[in-house]
Design a protein around this ligand. Structure first.
Ligand code: PGA
Ligand code: ZN
Length: 424
C-alpha cells in the first residue's frame, strides 16, 4: 500500500530543473523516479509545467509541479495498492482534470506514475522489466546510437537532429553495444582527421560543422568500415530528421535550400537508395499529414518511418495516423503523454496495428534508467538513448546489460528482426 508520496526539484542533463518523485509503501519500500525533458518538443505533447518565475533558474523551476505532487496527486492515491497502476494513473489524470495535463503538469503526473510502478516492482521482488512485462519480457532491443548531433541539440550547422548507428547484425545486446562503441570511437578519429570539431551535443554524439546532411551519413559509413564492420549487414544507419524544427509556412529549410514536401520525399528516396538506412524519424513536420501519406507510399515498404512529434506517444493521434495509413512506427517517450498506462496503450495499439515501436529518452535526461526496462517489458526490440557517452545516456545502455544477464538463456537480441521492412 502507498503510504506517502514525496517530490523534489532536481537537475537534468542540461542543468535544467526537473521533477523527482518518491513513493513510500507500508512495507518500508521506497522508490524514486525522475522526469526527462525535451528540446525539440512536439506541439501536441502533454504539458510540462514550469514555474515561469524568472528569479529562479530563468523561469524553468518546477516547484509548482513538486507542490502538486505533494498536495494533490499524492493524497489522491495514498492507501491504494501500488500494483493498481491503471486505476492510479486514471486518478492522477482526473485530479489534473484537463485534456493535456496542463493544470498540475505532465511532469508531476509522470513522476508519480513511474515511481508507483517501481515501488510495486520492488515490493513484489521482481526486476522492473519483469514486473512490467511479465514472463514474456525477453527481447533485448537494438540500440540506436545517436552519434552525430545537429538541429536543436547542437550549435553546428547540421539541420538533421540525429544520425544513428544500429548494430543489427550482432548476436547479443552486449555485442551490439560493443560494436556501436567501437564505431563511435573510430568516428571521432575520422572527424578529427578531417579537421572537424569533436565536441559533444546534448545526446553525447559529435557535433561537427559538416557541410551537408549527406556528409554525416558518409562519415558513418567510413567509421563502420574502418571499425571492421559491414555497413547494412552488421551496422545499419538511421536518422531523426526532426523536420518540424525547420518547417515554416509550408516550406522545409534544409542544407540552405527551400524544399516542398514532395521534393524532400524525393531527397529521402535518394538517401535510402544510397545508404543502408533502416529507420527515418520525423522526416516531415508534425502537421504535414498529406505529405506524410506521400512519404509512406514512397518508402513505407522499405524503411521504418517513425512518428515522434507526429504521434507524441498519444494513442488518439496514433489511431488517427493508423487510419490514414501514415508512417509505420511509433516513437515512445513517456513524458510526451504523461502516464505509464497511456504509454502502454500507445505501444500495444502500435503493435496490434503492424507498427513497430522504439523506446526513447529525451535530450534532457537524468540518471533514471526506467526506459531500458520498458523496452524489454514491451518486447519493442528498439531503443534510442543517445551516444555511448555521457552518463545519463550510458546509464540506460548499462541497465540493458544487467537485464540481458538477468534473463540469461531466455534473452533474445532483436537484431535485424526489429526492422522487418529493411533488407540489407
Ligand atoms: P527532444 O528530442 O527530446 O529534444 O524532443 C528527441 C527527439 O526528437 O527524438
Ligand atoms: Zn525525434
Amino acid at each position: 500500500q502507498i503510504e506517502a508520496v514525496g517530490a523534489r526539484e532536481i537537475l537534468d542533463s542540461r542543468g535544467n530543473p526537473t521533477v523527482e518523485v518518491e513513493v513510500l509503501l507500508d512495507d518500508g519500500i521506497v522508490q524514486r523516479a525522475a522526469v526527462p525533458s525535451g528540446a525539440s518538443t512536439g506541439a501536441f505533447e502533454a504539458y510540462e509545467l514550469r514555474d515561469g518565475d524568472k528569479s529562479r533558474y530563468g523561469g524553468k523551476g518546477v516547484l509548482k509541479a513538486v507542490e502538486a505532487v505533494i498536495d494533490e496527486l499524492g493524497p489522491a492515491i495514498e492507501g491504494m495498492e501500488a500494483s493498481e497502476q491503471r486505476v492510479i494513473d486514471e486518478i492522477l489524470i482526473e485530479v489534473d482534470g484537463t485534456s493535456n495535463k496542463g493544470r498540475v503538469g505532465a511532469n508531476a503526473i509522470l513522476g508519480v506514475s513511474l515511481a508507483v510502478a517501481k515501488a510495486a516492482a520492488d515490493s513484489s521482488d521482481l526486476p522492473l522489466f519483469r514486473y512490467l512485462g511479465g514472463p514474456n519480457a525477453h527481447l533485448l532491443p537494438v540500440p540506436l546510437f545517436n552519434v552525430i548531433n545537429g538541429g536543436e541539440h547542437a550549435d553546428n550547422g547540421i539541420d538533421m537532429q540525429e544520425f544513428f548507428l544500429a548494430p543489427i547484425g550482432a548476436d547479443t545486446y552486449a555485442e551490439s553495444l560493443r560494436w556501436g562503441v567501437e564505431t563511435y570511437h573510430v568516428l571521432r578519429s575520422e572527424l578529427k582527421a578531417a579537421g572537424y570539431a569533436t565536441g559533444l551535443g546534448d545526446e553525447g554524439g559529435f557535433a561537427p560543422d559538416l557541410p551537408s546532411n549527406r556528409e554525416g551519413l558518409e562519415f558513418l559509413i567510413k567509421a563502420i568500415e574502418k571499425a571492421g564492420f559491414t555497413p547494412g549487414k552488421d551496422i545499419a544507419l538511421g536518422l531523426d530528421v526532426a523536420a518540424t524544427e525547420f518547417f515554416k509556412d509550408g516550406v522545409y529549410r534544409l542544407d540552405n535550400k527551400d524544399w516542398t514536401g514532395p521534393e524532400l520525399i524525393e531527397y529521402y528516396v535518394g538517401l535510402v537508395n544510397d545508404f543502408p538506412i533502416v529507420t527515418i524519424e520525423d522526416a516531415l513536420a508534425e502537421d504535414d499529414w498529406d505529405n506524410w501519406s506521400l512519404l509512406t507510399d514512397a518508402l513505407g515498404k522499405k524503411v521504418q518511418l517513425v512518428g515522434d512529434d507526429l504521434f507524441v506517444t498519444n494513442p488518439q493521434r496514433l489511431a488517427d495516423g493508423i487510419k490514414r495509413g501514415v508512417a509505420n512506427s511509433l516513437l515512445v517517450k513517456v513524458n510526451q503523454i504523461g502516464t505509464l498506462t497511456e504509454t502502454f496503450d500507445a505501444v500495444s495499439l502500435a503493435q496490434r496495428s503492424g507498427y513497430t515501436a522504439m523506446l526513447s529518452h529525451r535530450s534532457g535526461e537524468t540518471e533514471d534508467t526506467m526506459i531500458a526496462d520498458l523496452a524489454v517489458a514491451t518486447n519493442a526490440g528498439q531503443i534510442k538513448t543517445g551516444a555511448p557517452a555521457r552518463s545519463e545516456r550510458v546509464a540506460k545502455y548499462n541497465q540493458l546489460l544487467r537485464i540481458e544477464e538477468e534473463l540469461g538463456d531466455a534473452a533474445v537480441f532483436a537484431g535485424a528482426s526489429a526492422f522487418p521492412r529493411f533488407s540489407a
